[in-house]
Unconditional design. Structure first.
Lengths: 73, 351, 218
């Protein structure tokens, strides 16, 4: 899960740079619409990152509950 | 539950409306930007989102105007394509008010797309020759009148910003979410001091954490946007500084919470610091504008948008977007609270 | 509130300082070393750089001077004081004492600093006023933060990170006012900055009085 996320993050950062190759200015083209795309992407990835962190904590807690339960039986 | 649904609906609305509604027509630039009196000048207008070549019921009209009373209408108009328009002007003999040079604003009026304006488009200079005393009547012959207004749903056009005006519905609400979440955090800190229940502390910490997340998002998206409109990612703007200091406060808040062995002590002192630091943030609103000029709209310490920056169509998307994102922020914080409640319970059981 | 205990408490602070002279000597040495570092590191100090460096020296010296006001007293002794006097009066005594201490320190820093880096001050009354107001603001904010940080184990680090965001409005105004005193910027309406500074002090001291009762009890 973590690796997957790092790959996504890497793509998100590097893709504009790939498109911007040559003299074309990817972010300033077509009325700077790609700035909006970048902003939405940053917000989305930020919230997903937070949820993933929360999920990892929850998984840990689940394991803990599971372990205690087994010990009792 | 209803507010989570509302949050999703409002954010989807903000995404769809914010991305699909077109911009109004605008004039990007004009060539040549200089002219002299007593000349026939052919000027090229470069439009954005314009339909110059599209046949319309009424003809296109083009003006260069100095003020309300003095305007020059184009003598001849020829659309090259949808975004380029050539218009020929006969420049009058002298300038209004006997000035040596005047900046003329350009207006292109389209019967369907409405009027587009470019301030200070052409500089008109007085020809050094014999200057007639009386103002040339050409200035008054064709006043700017009966402009068309676009009736459809559309966002204002602004040079330099262009389509990125849509960030108003994604970047700007982050600042509001941060404000609401941090206020909620302070509120629960006050509550904790009056009534030291773990539940109040859980709320304070979770709202601070979610506020931190949205603060970072607001700062990063702001830097991306600023880089392509203001030219550099950081410019000591009041809102940038306030957000940065607020983030520092809450990072310190979390370090303070974790530097005590006893839970109750950490929660109490962190609550005290939360209130103290949040209140000391307020004076920045009065101090920073005295040192650095703000680039944000509605500047000089006024945190709200000015009416000239936000028209009614934008408001119809902007306010729902704020509500939607704020509810999402509280949703995220709510998950964090529920996790912490469960975590504390399990730890209690294990002893 | 028993305000009569203020004077004995102030007296106690002075006495403590006098008995533990090594602590105050340490701070003075700290100021001198920082000034010396500035001297050997920069060949020519222009007035704008002078201004910023001076306030940085005062800032760090103040943090170090104030942090000891709670740390140096053991928990048991503090509890004893709290039973003898109203905690708020105790805090007020500490704030007054620290204000005097910081004023002496910043004057000392100014003297040493202008010896090695030159003295670009043009408006002496204003600069003196800025020093007084600076000592007052730093003292209020740092004393309160120190009372929080002293409860934790890693108080020196905590002190720095907790106080930075709180002190920023005061620091920015001080730098602005002193650059007016140095005639780096022309501004005749600097009374508003002074009022801002006083307003911040009032806000901070009110909060201090409201919140301190929650800190001292354990």
């Amino acid at each position: 899960m973590r690796k997957f996320f790092i790959i996504i993050l890497f793509l998100a950062i590097s893709l504009p740079a790939v498109f911007a190759e040559g003299n074309r200015d990817y972010m300033r083209e077509t009325g700077k619409i790609n700035v909006v795309v970048a902003v939405i992407l940053v917000i989305f990835l930020g919230i997903v990152w937070y949820l993933l962190r929360l999920e990892r904590k929850l998984t840990k807690l689940e394991h803990q509950i599971h372990d205690t339960h087994e010990r009792k039986n | 539950m209803w507010w989570k649904t509302l949050s999703v609906v409002l954010i989807i609305y903000a995404l769809l409306a914010g991305l699909l509604v077109p911009l109004k027509s605008g004039i990007q630039r004009v060539e040549p930007a200089y002219a002299r009196t007593k000349q026939d000048v052919s000027i090229r207008f470069y439009g954005y989102n314009t339909f110059f070549a599209k046949p319309a019921a009424e003809p296109l009209r083009v003006w260069l105007y100095a003020d309300e009373n003095n305007a020059l209408a184009a003598r001849q108009i020829r659309p090259v394509n949808d975004t380029i328009l050539e218009a020929v002007f006969t420049m009058p003999e002298n300038l209004p008010g006997g000035k040596q040079s005047v900046y003329l604003n350009a207006i292109i009026d389209h019967p369907e797309a409405g009027a587009a304006l470019l301030p200070a488009a052409v500089e008109l200079r007085q020809d050094t020759g014999m200057v007639a005393m009386a103002l040339d009547p050409a200035w008054m012959a064709n006043p700017v009148q009966k402009l068309h207004v676009q009736t459809g749903f559309s966002f204002p056009y602004q040079n330099v910003i262009y389509e990125s005006i849509r960030n108003t519905y994604f970047h700007v609400p982050m600042w509001f979410v941060l404000l609401f979440l941090f206020s909620a955090s302070v509120w629960y800190s006050v509550k904790y001091l009056r009534q030291p229940l773990p539940e109040n502390d859980r709320h304070a910490a979770a709202y601070a954490e979610a506020g931190l997340l949205f603060g970072v998002l607001g700062l990063v998206t702001g830097m991306v946007w600023a880089n392509y409109t203001w030219g550099k990612p950081w410019s000591n703007d009041i809102k940038q500084l306030m957000t940065a200091v607020a983030l520092l406060i809450y990072l310190a808040y979390f370090i303070l919470r974790r530097s005590f062995d006893e839970y109750e002590k950490g929660a109490r002192l962190a609550a005290v610091y939360n209130i103290f630091a949040f209140a000391s943030l307020v004076p920045l609103l009065y101090i920073v504008p005295r040192m650095f000029a703000s680039l944000h709209p509605g500047a000089t310490g006024n945190p709200a948008f000015g009416s000239q920056d936000l028209d009614n169509t934008m408001r119809a998307v902007f306010y729902p977007a704020i509500i939607g994102w704020t509810l999402l922020g509280f949703w995220v914080a709510n998950l964090r609270i529920r996790y912490q409640r469960l975590h504390d319970k399990v730890m209690d059981l294990e002893g | 509130m028993n305000w009569r205990s203020l004077i004995p408490l102030l007296h106690k602070e002075f006495l403590l300082e006098f008995r533990q002279r090594y602590a105050i000597s340490g701070i003075v040495l700290y100021v001198f070393s920082m000034v010396f570092v500035v001297y050997i590191a920069s060949i020519r100090v222009t007035p704008p750089v002078w201004n910023v460096l001076f306030w940085l020296i005062v800032l760090f010296a103040s943090i170090n001077a104030v942090v000891k006001s709670f740390v140096q007293e053991s928990g048991a002794r503090q509890l004893y004081y709290y039973q003898l006097a109203d905690p708020v009066v105790l805090l007020l005594a500490k704030i007054i004492y620290n204000t005097l201490l910081l004023f002496v320190l910043s004057t000392l820093a100014f003297a040493a600093y202008s010896l090695v880096a030159g003295n670009p001050v043009k408006d002496w009354p204003l600069f003196g006023l800025v020093l007084v107001l600076g000592s007052l603001g730093f003292s209020i904010a740092f004393t309160f933060i120190a009372s929080i940080a002293a409860k934790a184990n890693n108080s020196a680090t905590l002190m720095a990170i907790l106080s930075f965001p709180v002190i920023l409005p005061i620091l920015l105004t001080l730098v602005r006012l002193s650059s007016i005193a140095l005639r780096l910027i022309q501004d005749t309406s600097y009374t508003r900055d002074i009022l801002n500074l006083l307003a911040i002090d009032v806000i901070l001291i009110t909060l201090t009085f409201v919140l301190f009762p929650f800190i001292w009890k354990d």
